[in-house]
Write a protein that binds this ligand. Structure first.
Ligand SMILES: Cc1ncc(C[n+]2csc(CCOP(=O)(O)OP(=O)(O)O)c2C)c(N)n1
Ligand code: SF4
Ligand SMILES: [Mg+2]
Length: 349
């Protein structure tokens, strides 16, 4: 595979591959001005550029919804599949089995993933398919004009005043229970935290579930909504200040021992978590589930790295696939030929 790289304008800042940030952009957004999804797109562009991922090594996946349109707005030189509503997880699983060397990033919505696509999502999580899975969570079906989704909080109000009378599904709790190995929550209005989490997500080998509260300014940003900018800002409970040190940068110690937790990622990068809110050890599944339950009761919007398990094997390793990606195997390697068949037949005589 090769990629055509437009030379960046002289003086432009380049990443370690010699690429300017424009190489990581996509088409112009057609979303409503102020939509949280566009803020997330900006940080995806920045994270892939700063990390220095080759754009042609990326597979972008999505389903249907305003959120699922966003892969068109970043990494214009990457591969992309826009799946049927709620079916992105199986397409993503197939993609990674076909070519395990790709970096997969899926962007979906709360409707796409947690309403119609919930069954598919659960199986992707329990398999720990190596990919970044972002849920741009606005509590509504934005594209079809603002119906409540399965993540809308019990008692929250729609723009027309209707009350949601069903309990919300908490995607972070669900993901941990299902066996996902990296679970985090962020907010479209917190670019610094989102950027650090995205870079750590690129370093991780396994499923990364990033639940990002992403207000829908057209249908769910009013008084009474728990997915509005105002509500998220007022209730955000930051777990820690996150900084990310990539594997290609020297680690300098600039923090007091005991104040921070450091997570070493698969590629040797470091994620440094400096306590901001409460004490939390993100490597403890039990503690993560308890914390999510506690903050659900206290109506706080918990953000940060909630759970990580760097030792859990991803789906590709579990299947023990051959070194060469399946999609790149030659015909002779996948078609044994008449001699092999004759041998099998002989063995059955
Ligand atoms: C099988 C099927 N059912 C229903 C729809 C209609 N539909 C399109 S997008 C959508 C919901 C999208 O909501 P979400 O995933 O939360 O994305 P958002 O627009 O909020 O970003 C629905 C119900 C569809 N396209 N296909
Ligand atoms: S309808 Fe809502 S989710 Fe869709 S683009 Fe507009 S603000 Fe964003
Ligand atoms: Mg939505």
């Amino acid at each position: 595979m090769s990629t055509t790289v437009t030379p960046p304008p002289s003086g432009a800042k380049l990443n370690r591959l010699g690429l300017g940030i424009n190489e990581y952009k996509g088409g112009d957004s057609t979303l409503c001005a102020g939509c949280g999804h566009d803020a997330i797109t900006s940080q995806i562009i920045r994270a892939f550029w700063e990390y220095g991922v080759e754009p042609h090594r990326v597979a972008k996946l999505s389903g249907i919804g305003c959120s699922s349109k966003t892969p068109a707005y970043f990494l214009g030189q990457a591969h992309g599949i826009n799946a049927v509503h709620g079916r992105m997880p199986s397409i993503a699983t197939g993609t990674m089995l076909a070519n395990k060397d790709l970096v997969a990033i899926g962007v979906s919505g709360d409707g796409d993933s947690v309403s119609i696509g919930l069954g598919q999502l659960c199986h992707l999580l329990r398999r720990n398919v190596p990919m970044i899975y972002i849920i741009e969570n606005n509590g509504v079906y934005g594209l079809t004009k603002g119906q409540f989704s399965a993540t809308a909080d019990l008692g929250s109000r729609s723009k027309t005043g209707d009350m949601n009378d069903l309990p919300a599904i908490d995607v972070c709790t669900l993901a941990i229970e299902m066996g996902c190995s990296f679970v985090a929550r962020s907010f479209a209005g917190d670019p610094k935290q989102l950027l650090a989490l995205l870079k750590a997500a690129i370093s991780h080998r396994g499923t990364v579930l990033l639940d990002v509260i992403s207000p829908c300014v057209t249908f769910n940003n009013h008084e009474g909504s728990t997915k509005s900018y105002r509500f998220a800002k007022a209730h955000e409970e930051l777990l820690h200040d996150i900084s990310y040190v990539p594997f290609f940068e020297q680690i300098s110690v600039d923090y007091e021992e005991g104040e921070s937790i450091e997570v070493t990622m698969h590629d040797g990068s470091h994620l440094r978590l400096r306590k901001a809110g409460r004490d939390h050890n993100p490597t403890s599944k039990k503690a993560a589930i308890k914390l999510l339950g506690d903050t659900d009761v206290s109506k706080e919007l918990l953000t940060g790295l909630i759970y990580v398990n760097e030792d859990q094997p991803d789906f590709v390793s579990t299947l023990n696939l051959c070194e060469t990606p399946l999609a790149l195997l030659e015909g002779k390697d996948v078609r044994p030929g008449p001699e092999a068949l004759a041998e099998v037949m002989q063995s059955l005589m």
